[in-house]
Design a protein around this ligand. Structure first.
Ligand SMILES: [Zn+2]
Length: 281
């Protein structure tokens, strides 16, 4: 009897590699005083990480998911989740990192290179050097100036635009590689905006994989230069965060033609995310 039941149990318990999906969460600022909807307070950030682990999620390094997507590593365990940060805000170093360290959580930070050591709101190169030595941290590219590529494409002539894109993608990679001790092969698209031409340019400039902001869990079938991520808001605590992950998995289960959030500006995605939470409550 047991032998008859076992294959059924395996079918129920384990997703195939093609069906497996992993939410990649995207954070920006962690601080007490909010600056925009994407600021998460330190208390809520800790709460969100603890909600994940208390509910059986395993926080894995982004590099593990990338190796799976690129065919060089094993599939992550079910209920894996990835934490990423965008922009290189100083609040990551000051407020998020101590919390990540206390819970031993791996993280990838996508840096806007022109912001490093300029102004008080971004990390400095000395902090970047310290983070590079940290085994829990991976540093990758978020372009030079964080441009809105859609706006620049409308503003510039075709040849100038191509040159501009190449500069944003290649120079951020080379600036980071000049200071870091690993090849920078991951790119996060500013505002989550990408086009087929941009994806081609990123591959030409030496990136192996790219990340957007479309709230669905990442699958093997996702385009490798535009892997989806979900922005996390301050209000995504407790059950709200679990609802967000369910929503992300439900989106991943749809066919690619049903994904509606592609190219949507980030501000709109925040509104859509809020609306989706209202529906799920
Ligand atoms: Zn950004």
């Amino acid at each position: 009897m047991l032998r008859l039941l076992l294959p059924l149990a395996l079918t129920i318990c384990c997703l195939s590699a093609a069906d497996l999906s992993v939410p990649i969460l995207c954070y920006h600022r962690i601080r007490e005083a909010p600056i925009g909807a994407t600021t998460v307070t330190p208390e809520n950030f800790r709460n969100q990480l603890m909600t994940l682990t208390a509910n059986g999620y395993r926080i894995i390094p982004l590099s593990d998911l990338v190796a799976w997507r690129l065919g060089t590593g094993a599939a992550p365990a079910e209920h894996s989740v990835v934490i990423t940060f965008d922009d290189g805000h100083a609040s990551f170093y000051d407020n998020a990192k101590p919390i990540l360290d206390s819970l031993h959580v791996p993280v990838t930070m996508f840096l806007v290179t022109s912001c490093i050591s300029h102004g008080t709101y971004c990390v400095g190169w000395d902090q970047v050097a310290s983070l590079e030595r940290d085994p829990l941290v991976d540093l990758e590219s978020h372009t030079v100036d964080h441009p809105n590529f859609s706006r620049q494409q409308r503003r510039l002539a075709s040849a100038s635009y191509d040159h501009y894109v190449d500069g944003e993608l290649a120079q951020s990679k080379s600036a980071l590689e000049a200071k870091l001790s690993h090849p920078v092969e991951m790119l996060a698209w500013p505002y989550g905006i990408y086009t087929p031409g941009l994806l081609e340019s990123a591959a030409k400039d030496g990136y192996e994989i790219g990340f957007s902001v479309e709230c669905r869990s990442a699958k093997l079938a996702d385009p490798k230069m535009a892997m989806p991520r979900c922005m996390v808001l301050n209000t995504d605590t407790g059950d709200n965060l679990l609802h967000l992950l369910k929503l992300a998995d439900a989106e991943a289960a749809k066919s690619s033609t049903e994904h509606k959030w592609r190219l949507m500006p980030r501000a709109n995605q925040v509104l859509v995310s809020k609306a989706a939470h209202e529906l799920l409550r």
